[in-house]
Unconditional design. Structure first.
Length: 94
């Protein structure tokens, strides 16, 4: 029933764990969950802004690993033929 709460007037934040994404045995699960929510939001609230936020950045060992996770996300989203338009992409590590 989550679709009842999705509207074009909303602003959405899809949150995922960078630590879970960096664990090879969970990578597919994390990516599938991200895609599920991005697709649900687009289907029910097309045009609403979506922020994709990776948590647990402190558990990512190196900058190179962090860059690799960004490449994994880019490759996955482009490979799914999602047609998501990425605007003003920002990378922050706290």
């Amino acid at each position: 029933m989550h679709h009842l709460f999705l509207t074009r007037c909303g602003v959405y934040v899809v949150v995922f764990s960078l630590a879970a994404l960096s664990a090879k045995e969970r990578e597919g699960e994390v990516l599938d969950n991200i895609f599920f929510w991005l697709n649900s939001i687009r289907t029910h609230a097309d045009g609403a802004p979506i922020f994709l936020v990776g948590t647990h950045a402190d558990e990512v060992a190196t900058q190179e690993e962090y860059r690799a996770l960004n490449r994994i996300l880019d490759t996955y989203l482009k490979g799914k033929q999602t047609n998501f338009e990425i605007k003003n992409r920002q990378e922050f590590v706290a």
